[in-house]
Design a protein around this ligand. Structure first.
Ligand code: CTP
Length: 401
């Protein structure tokens, strides 16, 4: 935490008074804190309290009224090593999720490249409302870490989920993040993601339902932790975003994916192979569209594609960590253990299509991690793919030579 730059956004909720304790914890740990308040937050806690604790003038407006000095949201966003919004009201969460940049806090949020932490605080019914649920899900998908509110008595005297997490716990979560980042900084990671398309002719291909979401989540999480990431991606939809620290290499077929992955693997410390590679490709690729009547094709001859994981596993040198995935429909544990051995992997991430919410297309996953070093398997509950990505990287951190 020492020397880290924290932007702390405070919004207009009763929990704003707790932000003072949070500023103190950061400052005591040696961090520099720049507070941004929304106009409403000033109704709950005074800027004087926060500027005294942080040792810096608090920013609430785009301009200082008496001098006309402009506060650059871009500079602030780039200055931050962590961007924390605590407490985050339903309104600010909605603005962040939708890019409504009508105050200094949301504008700075849109300009930051730092990891963003959001600690919601609101009444029980507002927290449960489908709108809030949807907006929080959007923030998660955009890479924000949500610090879940605790249950307890709320300002309305209703009892339920909505109380901002205690400042000590918010502080610990951000401190843990910096420690993890320090562990990954400069680590070279190769990730494969998405499906592969195997061309039949200029308009047709053999492919699969992989969305690439899991691999992109791992790449973005690793980049947020400071790793140098090469993401070799098969064809995925345009909606998947990549963190600025990720080098994206787009490929189409398994043969192209092997070529790009083998090259990046030479310099990699860790490779995580989440792509759903097509096992077969057509033996012949037509350079013109196949015509139903004229060509009268009855069947396609297929040839086996290279196994990227097994190829990298065979060339792995000491110190490199190779992680694969196994998406199974039956005999899950046996199949995963067999793949771990056959491909010379160090760990395999097992997900079963029998589990609701796991597998292709969805934003959640339920995985088990199986290790080659003989340690016991870990089973995780259903989580978002971003959270699963964090679990996988945490597990790999424990394996680092
Ligand atoms: N894999 C790969 N290259 C392939 C096939 C698979 O790199 N040609 C990788 C996947 O990215 C994944 C792991 O190997 O990390 C397991 O993939 P899976 O498709 O389950 O394995 P297969 O060897 O194809 O086994 P099977 O078809 O028998 O399920």
């Amino acid at each position: 935490m020492k020397g880290k730059h924290i932007v702390l956004g405070i919004t207009g909720g009763i929990a704003a008074y707790k932000a003072a304790a949070l500023v103190r914890l950061f400052v005591k740990a040696g961090a520099e804190v720049q507070v941004i308040m929304t106009p409403n937050a000033r109704e709950f806690i005074t800027p004087v309290t926060l500027s005294t604790l942080s040792g810096k003038p608090v920013i609430t407006e785009f301009f200082t009224a008496n001098t006309g000095e402009w506060h650059s949201h871009v500079d602030l966003g780039l200055w931050a090593d962590a961007f924390v919004v605590a407490p985050a009201t339903a309104s600010t969460i909605a603005k962040m999720a939708n890019g409504v940049a009508d105050n200094m806090l949301v504008t700075s949020y849109l300009s930051t490249r730092a990891q963003v932490f959001v600690a919601p605080a609101m009444d029980f019914d507002m927290m449960q409302h489908p709108t809030t649920t949807r907006n929080i899900a959007t923030l998660r998908a955009d890479g924000c870490r949500i610090i879940e509110p605790a249950e307890g008595e709320l300002a309305s005297h209703l009892v339920g989920k909505g109380r901002m997490e205690e400042p000590e716990n918010i502080f610990r979560e951000i401190d843990d993040f910096f420690n993890l980042t320090a562990g990954m900084k400069g680590t070279k990671l190769l990730i494969t993601a998405g499906p592969t398309y195997e061309k039949i002719d200029p308009v047709r291909f053999i492919g699969n339902y992989s969305s690439g979401k899991m691999g992109y989540a791992i790449a973005n999480e690793a980049a947020a932790r400071g790793a140098d990431v090469v993401l070799v991606s098969g064809p995925v939809g345009d909606s998947l975003q990549v963190h600025p620290g990720v080098k994206l290499v787009k490929v189409e077929s398994a043969v192209q994916m092997l070529e790009a992955a083998a090259e990046a693997f030479q310099a990699a410390d860790i490779a995580i192979l989440s792509a759903a590679v097509a096992d077969y490709r057509p033996a012949r690729e037509y350079d013109r569209k196949i015509k139903r009547e004229k060509d009268g094709i009855e069947s396609l001859e297929l040839v086996k594609n290279p196994d990227i994981a097994a190829t990298l596993g065979a060339s792995k040198h000491p110190g490199q960590i190779l992680v694969g995935f196994a998406l199974e429909t039956d005999h899950e544990l046996d199949n995963a253990a067999e793949k771990l051995r056959r491909k010379n992997l160090d760990m395999i991430v097992l997900n079963s299509l029998r589990d609701k919410g796991a597998g292709f297309g969805v934003t959640t996953n339920k995985v088990s991690l199986i290790y080659a070093d003989g340690r016991e398997r870990t089973d995780f509950p259903l989580k978002t793919k971003t959270e699963v990505a964090a679990d996988i990287l945490d597990a790999i951190a424990t394996m680092k030579p």
